[in-house]
Design a protein around this ligand. Structure first.
Ligand code: PMP
Length: 446
């Protein structure tokens, strides 16, 4: 019905009818489609031939920018050499090599790597490892999992159970049992427009002590949080908050899991947020930037002692009944290795720290614009929160998002918060363009 593509030779269909789009208002999209056809460096080219500055690294994943020849060549070489090999009771060299390389980049001690295909799979894998680990060390009563309000851990049943975004949960009444949520750390009243990490809110971590008192530490397996909530609109951890969570979890034998699907691979200025903010959890999940978004892949980093707890039975026994057909897929591994080479060769994580001040100044310059009620920025990620319009939550945000796209910059919108996370190769002039066009769009929406 809708014909949004220019007809091209060899294309079977010009229809937008049959793809059920994820996390999208499908009918609205089809009436006003935004289609991207190619990408290079910092820019997409839209189907109608316009250049669109990528202010979001795709979906927080193309940290090294688009069309990286090193990655595409590695992928095509690998697919020709070994397109697939099982990793169940078989193997091939690449995931071993990649795991070793990743262990060097990860926080010290998190040196065992389980491969998945996405952030959702990484989250569910981490929760399963936590539960199975507690059983393996004779702590089988520890079955309770604790997430956080506004947390996002993908869309698997484990992830939405510990996650705290109401729209992702409400159609599914039978989630995992034995789950609690800590309060979120967004506090505009006290922390609006703070530069870097917000000053107030460390006490929100003490809610964990309350849950321990309520349930007994011997019943709690793990706490999972994003060190910085991305999908809920760039919510930063208050100063000292992650340290406090670490102290309380350690004191009570509770595992601490950081979901670093967004913060992993340089977004906040070091390989992982755990390093940037000086807190080492027991498990880290990642995906996205692992392959620069070019091939789906995720990973779960696990502390040595957790891994060793699984290695105690008979040698012939499978230690962990879990895995995916595509765990350690050769083509994904090749993409990840080439991606790591770029990150390290171009010092992109260090570059993020170097640009952080410029990025924060640029975003905070929007402070006086109409309806801007908070700005949060760290590393090369930021959120500009707008007051909801009288028409309802999310309307103004969406209007700004659409207007930005129309004027040639891609941002993300969650409710009325505009989130940005440009590729880490971004230049200062491109930050100016991004922020300038966002400012115009906010003014226009006012
Ligand atoms: N965890 C976090 C923190 C995420 O931001 C996301 C995706 N935005 C996921 C998990 C899920 O990842 P995926 O969409 O690859 O399943």
């Amino acid at each position: 019905m809708t014909n949004a593509f220019a007809p091209k030779p060899g294309r079977i269909s010009n229809s937008l009818d049959d793809f059920w789009m994820p996390f999208t208002a499908n009918r609205q999209f089809k009436a006003n489609p935004r289609l991207l056809e190619s990408a290079e460096g910092m820019y997409f080219t839209s189907a109608d031939g316009r250049k669109v500055l990528d202010g979001t690294a795709g979906l927080w994943c193309c940290n090294a920018g688009h069309g990286r020849r090193e990655i595409t060549e590695a992928v095509s070489r690998q697919i020709a050499k070994l397109d697939f090999a099982p990793t169940f009771q078989m193997g091939h060299p690449l995931p071993f090599e990649l795991a070793e390389r990743l262990a060097d980049v990860a926080p010290k001690g998190l040196n065992k790597v389980f491969f998945t295909n996405s952030g959702s799979e990484s989250a569910d894998t981490a929760l399963k490892i936590a539960l199975a680990y507690q059983r393996a060390i004779g702590q089988g009563t520890r079955t309770r999992l604790i997430g956080r309000e506004l947390g996002y851990h993908g869309v698997g049943f484990g992830g939405i159970s510990v996650g705290g975004m109401v729209n992702n949960r409400k159609a599914f009444p039978a989630l995992l049992p034995n789950v609690d949520h800590l309060p979120h750390t967004l506090d505009i009243q006290r922390n609006a427009f703070s530069r870097g990490l917000p000053e107030f809110g460390i006490e929100k971590a003490d809610e964990l002590e309350r849950l321990v008192t309520l349930h007994g530490a011997e019943n709690i397996a793990a706490v999972i949080v994003e060190p910085m909530s991305g999908s809920a609109g760039v919510i930063l951890p208050p100063v000292g908050y992650l340290q406090r969570l670490r102290e309380i979890t350690r004191k009570h034998g509770i595992l601490l899991i950081f979901d670093e699907v967004i913060t992993g691979f340089g977004r906040v200025g070091q390989a992982f947020a755990a390093q940037r903010w000086g807190v080492t959890p027991d498990i880290i999940t990642c995906a996205k930037g692992l392959t620069n978004g070019a091939i789906p892949m995720g990973a779960v980093f696990v502390a040595e002692d957790i891994y060793q707890a699984f290695m105690q039975g008979p040698e012939s026994a499978i230690e962990f009944f879990h895995g995916y057909t595509y765990s350690g897929h050769p083509v994904a591994c090749a993409a990840a290795l080439a991606t790591l080479d770029i990150y390290q060769g171009e010092r992109l994580f260090e570059r993020t720290i170097e640009l952080e001040g410029y990025w924060q100044d640029a975003l905070l310059s929007l402070k006086e614009l109409p309806n801007v009620i908070d700005i949060r920025a760290v590393g090369l990620v930021g959120g500009v929160q707008l007051a909801p319009s009288a028409e309802g939550v999310g309307k103004r945000g969406f209007q700004v998002f659409e207007q930005c796209f129309h004027t040639g910059v891609m941002v993300r919108v969650t409710g009325d918060t505009i989130a940005m996370s440009p590729p880490l190769i971004v230049e200062k002039e491109q930050i100016d363009i991004l922020v300038g066009k966002l400012a115009d769009s906010i003014r226009k929406a006012a």
